[in-house]
Design a protein around this ligand. Structure first.
Ligand SMILES: Cc1cc2nc3c(=O)[nH]c(=O)nc-3n(C[C@H](O)[C@H](O)[C@H](O)COP(=O)(O)OP(=O)(O)OC[C@H]3O[C@@H](n4cnc5c(N)ncnc54)[C@H](O)[C@@H]3O)c2cc1C
Length: 450
């Protein structure tokens, strides 16, 4: 007979591990069940041709919820910061301080446009930096009704300069996970009001997996973590969750428990529960709200640095085809590549965050950007790996755009969700997933006490 647990957590992403640590530290007997051969989900890492590659997240927020849960678990790891952000705009690079960055960016654009006008003799469209900044401040302060406007519509009221639109589209896609022409303006302002933007970027020099294993280790002190064990079913008795069926060592085993936390995504949890156990309002909310966000992730290897050499630097690209961000990982963490080799992480957004991407076309567009931005690429570099993370894939960049989160509670008593689609608004990525796990564990604790 399989022993029973207070809580079973399906999936060992950051949300699952954070929930597990919180419950285990509270003395609850907790089991984390993971279908893959390693913990961490989209924030893990693996060895590949001598490099250490991330399964998704590279830039970890060093002041957010990730360090908080690490502290709770007693996991020590260095956060190596990336404080220097460069912007490539119309072929030139500018390093911009984090404080007042937007104002500086708009100044750069004004100068760029004056030069463009002088060189081409063309009339360029006004940047209107002051108007844009002033209106943005008001809107973030909640003093504007934006109605049905997308962010792009809102910005068009003040400027139709293409570079300004590209700057803001880059920000929308990076922080809110959707393009400026897709995102309701109100969601952008709400996110900015709650988060104040996202600036605290760092890397784990030993890659992500050891940190995730550290979190898993703490859970094992008050329960267990099973790898290679897909959950096939959530057991419902008298309408409430009372266990899971897991495939373990080739056999289906039923594990009884008092609370189930699913970290695999609310939509992906539905087939495990069975639609017949969920009400139509809940299913409708999942259908309407959840909007996964895609990304093309490229790992570029080289026998010499292809962009700068200083540690703590990254590049934001304005006006490329697809690639908006490059982090030369080994400038900051040489440990991530074999000796004499270098590694860049490049992220490219397809033009739609609503429709599935055409993977082959996107590969070509990303490659064209990479060749254009890294002049030594063809001589000294190679594509180590190019990974599409489509909206229909298991590991999209986000399971929903910011502002499109769904509730952590489900219509099934004793069943909760954790992970990025149920995080609190204003948080992003790894920080948001971790926060959701802690909050799901607090809800579970209340249920366990009651
Ligand atoms: C390409 C990419 C780049 C990103 N870059 C960043 C970044 O730089 N910074 C940042 O902060 N965030 C980034 N993110 C987002 C960040 O990785 C995620 O928000 C976060 O890691 C998601 O955690 P989660 O808790 O939602 O769980 P997930 O990571 O989604 O984990 C879910 C886990 O459940 C397991 N699972 C699924 N089905 C089952 C089953 N039936 N039984 C058992 N286990 C199951 C999966 O194997 C997986 O381990 C990126 C994501 C991607 C994909």
């Amino acid at each position: 007979m399989q022993s029973s647990y207070d809580a079973v957590i399906i999936g060992s992403g950051l949300g699952g591990l954070a929930a597990g640590v919180t419950l285990a530290r509270g003395g609850y007997k907790t089991l984390v069940v993971e279908k893959r051969d390693r913990v961490g989900g989209r924030c893990s890492s693996y060895d590949y041709e001598g490099f250490k590659l991330t399964t998704g997240a590279a830039a970890i927020h060093y002041s957010g919820w990730v360090p908080r849960i690490m502290k709770e678990a007693g996991v020590k790891a260095e956060f190596r910061e990336i404080p220097r952000v460069f912007y490539r705009i119309a072929g030139n690079e500018y390093e911009l301080a984090s404080k007042g960055r937007l104002g500086m960016l708009l100044d750069v654009l004004e100068k760029t446009e004056v030069n463009r006008a002088a060189m081409t003799g063309r009339i360029v469209r006004e940047v209107a930096a002051n108007k844009v900044l002033g209106s943005l401040k008001q809107a973030i302060g909640g003093q504007e009704k934006t109605g049905l406007f997308t962010f792009r519509d809102w910005l068009l009221q003040y400027t139709d300069n293409d570079l300004v639109h590209e700057v803001f589209d880059q920000i929308c896609a990076a922080v809110v996970e959707a393009h400026s022409w897709e995102l309701p303006a109100a969601q952008f302002f709400l996110f900015m009001a709650k988060s104040g933007g996202v600036r605290d970027v760092s890397l784990f020099p030993g890659a992500n997996l050891p940190v995730m294993q550290g979190l898993a280790h703490v859970i094992k002190t008050s329960g267990d973590v099973w790898l290679n064990s897909p959950v096939k079913k959530i057991v419902i008795t008298k309408r409430a969750a009372t266990g899971v069926v897991v495939e373990k060592d080739g056999n289906d085993v039923e594990v009884p428990c008092k609370v189930v936390i699913s970290n695999i995504g609310p939509r992906e949890t539905v087939p495990l529960v069975g639609k017949e156990n969920l009400d139509e309002d809940y299913l409708r909310e999942l259908r309407v709200k959840l909007r996964p966000s895609p990304v093309m992730l490229t790992f570029i290897a080289s026998d010499r640095p292809l962009w700068r050499t200083e540690p703590g630097t990254m590049l934001t690209i304005i006006g490329g085809r697809r690639v908006t961000l490059m982090i030369p990982l080994t400038n900051t963490c040489p440990e991530l590549a074999p000796p004499g080799q270098h590694l860049i992480y490049a992220a490219g957004k397809p033009l739609s965050c609503l429709l599935p991407m055409d993977v082959e076309y996107e590969r070509q567009q990303n490659l064209l950007d990479i060749k254009e931005m890294l002049p030594d690429f063809e001589k000294h570099g190679r594509i180590l790996k190019m990974e599409p993370h489509n909206i229909t894939d298991e590991f999209p960049e986000a399971r929903t755009w910011n502002g499109y989160e769904v509730p952590m509670e489900t219509p099934v008593p004793n069943l909760f969700n954790a992970g990025d689609p149920v995080k609190s608004q204003g948080l992003a990525g790894t920080s948001g997933s971790t926060e959701s796990g802690v909050r799901a564990a607090e809800l579970a604790k209340k249920r366990l006490k009651g």
